[in-house]
Design a protein around this ligand. Structure first.
Ligand SMILES: Cc1cc2nc3c(=O)[nH]c(=O)nc-3n(C[C@H](O)[C@H](O)[C@H](O)COP(=O)(O)OP(=O)(O)OC[C@H]3O[C@@H](n4cnc5c(N)ncnc54)[C@H](O)[C@@H]3O)c2cc1C
Length: 435
């Protein structure tokens, strides 16, 4: 079998975008693998009335190749929905529709392989060997792109006790039929997923719970900041300014920018408030509690699960008796198990973050021409946009250009109004380069 130019591990939106751009620049021999039997975008969170937090124009390809057959607009035209879409004039598209778009793209690219999980990756004889589950022969490739997403975060207070029958992560929500009728349900987490699940429970889609608690350690149920200057953090210029900063500075900046990516959509907050108001009008307001400013500190079993929380507002301790606990507690970095054979060769920080170069490749002790690119891994190297889809296609094109060794996609973009770096330093740098 030929040695590939690139093997992509995992086919979520991020590697799908790279696959689509490779299709538009057909000089590369590539293959992508996913353990799922077909494409599906976070199926456990495909709840009714959930919406993308990103413009549909920031699709897999448009920002770098608007002529691509894989654009969202081409999808609409192919599905004969272009005019209906415009007439609908929605501020955001539904996650169901976005998933349908991604599936539509995935069915047109023949080097995507589903139902084929990766077990292990190693580097031998100057190439990577990719071992598939249920295959004897490894695939050989000069470069890899890791796109297997992040691991659900389970808070220590829950991890310590484990309540497998009563507790699950939000990402599992729609993976099975649920019945919350007469259950005391507690949702932990004040981001978008927590809000969507609280709304879902309030709407009674899966039966009417006897009690719904929504607790969060944030100071309130806070909106996502989608204003124009905040959105400049999601532009290519910003990455250029951010990347060279010292690591400790980057951590501080990203933590301060949290609500630009992890806040709740204003429309979701409004839907929740509307529903609470209608319940009040109807005299039905006994069974839900919204409790921000609470830190989960412990859990134990006693007629269900008792959660203990510290109320940071008044300093007291509270208890939540729950039959079901839904953890909308986000995701964390973890080095994928398939890297075990060559983990010792990679630069990995104590917090399990890879050290990434500007080209999104992990620093390692192997030959410089063999790269392990990683997507959704650079929040603290490239900035707040990394786990989001805003710059997905620009990042994909950066990687494809790097593989091709040429500027196949024109990525120059000087759109920013904000100057992040000291302009005097920039002049000095330019002078040094031209000397
Ligand atoms: C519910 C939800 C909604 C979101 N909404 C938005 C939004 O509106 N806007 C935005 O910008 N961002 C959003 N995000 C954040 C981000 O864009 C998504 O998480 C996105 O799916 C990340 O893409 P990914 O390709 O890195 O990983 P994933 O989508 O997680 O895909 C990883 C893939 O890797 C596969 N895989 C894992 N291990 C293996 C293995 N060993 N072998 C083979 N395959 C493997 C998995 O099956 C999966 O298909 C959202 C996140 C969530 C959870």
């Amino acid at each position: 079998m030929n040695t590939k130019d690139l093997v992509g591990i995992g086919i979520g939106p991020f590697n799908l975008s790279i696959a689509a751009l490779c299709h538009d620049s057909p000089k590369l021999d590539v293959a992508f693998y996913d353990k799922k039997s077909s494409f599906c975008w976070h199926p456990g969170m495909l709840l009714p009335n959930t919406y993308l937090q990103t413009s549909f124009l920031k699709d897999l390809v448009t920002a770098v190749n608007p002529k691509s057959p894989f654009s969202f607009l081409n999808y609409l035209v192919s599905k004969k929905r272009f005019y209906a879409f415009l007439n609908n004039d929605r501020p955001a598209i539904s996650r169901q529709e976005y998933n349908d778009y991604l599936q539509w793209v995935s069915k047109q690219i023949d080097y995507l392989n589903f139902g084929q999980g990766i077990n292990a990756v190693d580097f031998k004889n100057n190439q990577f060997e990719v071992h598939l589950e249920n295959h004897d022969q490894p695939i050989q490739t000069r470069n890899l792109c890791l796109g297997t997403g992040k691991r659900p975060h389970i808070p220590q207070a829950i991890k310590a006790q484990q309540h497998p029958t009563r507790c699950f992560h939000a990402i599992e929500m729609a993976n099975q039929k649920r019945d919350f009728t007469n259950q005391r349900v507690t949702v932990i987490g004040g981001g978008q997923s927590g809000a969507e699940i609280f709304l879902h429970l309030l709407s009674g889609y899966d039966g009417a719970p006897s009690e719904i608690n929504w607790i969060s350690r944030r100071s309130n149920f806070l909106p996502m900041d989608e204003t124009c200057f905040t959105n400049e953090w999601f532009s290519p210029n910003y990455i250029d300014s951010f990347f060279p900063l010292p690591s400790s500075t980057k951590y501080d900046i990203v933590d301060e920018q949290k609500l630009a990516s992890d806040g709740i959509s204003e429309s979701t907050l409004k839907s929740i408030y509307d529903m609470l108001y209608e319940k009040r009008v109807n005299g039905d307001e006994q069974n839900y509690r919204l409790r921000p400013n609470r830190d989960l500190i412990a859990s134990h079993q006693s007629n269900g699960v008792v959660l203990e929380a510290h109320n940071k507002f008044d300093g007291s301790t509270e208890h939540y008796h729950s039959d079901i606990i839904i953890l909308a507690t986000g995701f964390e970095n973890a080095v994928p198990h398939y890297l075990e054979p060559m983990k010792h060769r990679l630069d990995i920080r104590d917090d399990q973050q890879f050290l990434l170069g500007r080209d999104y490749s992990i620093q390692w002790d192997g030959p410089a021409q063999n790269k392990l690119y990683a997507v959704n891994a650079g929040r603290y190297s490239h900035g707040i946009s990394e786990p989001q889809m805003s710059l997905m296609c620009w990042r994909s094109a950066t990687i494809v250009n790097d593989l091709l060794g040429e500027d196949f996609y024109d990525l120059k973009d000087d759109c920013s109004f904000v100057e992040w770096n000291n302009p005097e330093q920039r002049v000095e740098q330019t002078q040094k380069l031209s000397a």
